[in-house]
Design a protein around this ligand. Structure first.
Ligand code: DX5
Ligand code: ZN
Length: 217
């Protein structure tokens, strides 16, 4: 069964605590927090202050996805704010190794992220040092986009490397995930599914979390 990471990007910001409690009680393992800087992606979302505010209200794993240029400038702030996992895009910095080292040294779990147009080859040198790889299944920047099926091959490729090299990172997918699109990704080796609009766009987010889990039994 896949672990579920609801993305608060699609939550009700005015009643955020209520929405977080709903997904927490529904058994979501992670809470996914999308940070956008208006440069790496067009939109601006929220920053470390939100992580700090959310930390005391849930025990869920706080999974911070930095869609930020040169994320090494900020990774320590997010760890200090209470992030459990900090994810950095390989496309966003010439110093991916340093960015991951900084996350680890600050005391959080490390995640490297690849866009749909980026090959697995790009992150091979750092796979030994990550706790999680995030394979973007849409182009980052917005919720509510359609899952790109061609990204599934990269999940399988990563799963193969994981076995061959005896590594044990989680493989997370993000974008366009629902109870149907999750199936092929899960079969290819995905272990964590981010879902924003599918979960928070429903009257009952708990039902949607269950639907993702049931589809990957
Ligand atoms: C997209 C973000 C996602 C987003 C997913 O750039 O990284 O986490 O919230 O939204 P859905 O699940 O609606 O595609
Ligand atoms: Zn995300």
């Amino acid at each position: 069964m896949i672990k579920v990471a609801p993305s608060i990007l699609s939550a009700d910001y005015v009643n955020l605590q209520k929405d977080i409690e709903k997904v927490d009680q529904a058994g979501a393992e992670y809470l996914h927090i999308d940070v956008m800087d208006g440069l790496f992606v067009p939109a601006i979302s929220y920053g470390a202050g939100w992580v700090k505010a959310i930390r005391p209200i849930t025990k869920m794993i706080l999974d911070v996805h930095l869609m930020v240029e040169n994320p090494e400038r900020y990774v320590e702030d997010y760890v200090n704010a209470g992030a459990d996992i900090v994810g950095v895009h390989v496309e966003a910095t010439p110093h991916i190794h340093r960015a991951l080292q900084m996350i680890k040294n600050a005391g959080a779990k490390t995640e490297v992220v690849i866009n749909p147009g980026t090959p697995v080859e790009m992150i091979k040198p750092v796979l030994y040092m990550v706790d999680q790889v995030l394979v973007m299944t849409v182009n980052p920047g917005f919720g509510g986009q359609q899952f790109l099926p061609e990204t599934v091959n990269k999940i399988a490729e990563l799963n193969q490397i994981k076995k061959e090299q005896n590594l044990n990172f989680d493989i997370e997918i993000d974008g366009g995930v629902n109870n149907e699109t999750v199936v092929a990704a899960y079969q290819a080796g995905a272990t964590v599914a981010v879902a924003g609009s599918y979960v928070f766009g429903a009257d009952d987010p708990a039902e949607r979390i269950t639907a993702i889990k049931d589809a990957t039994k």
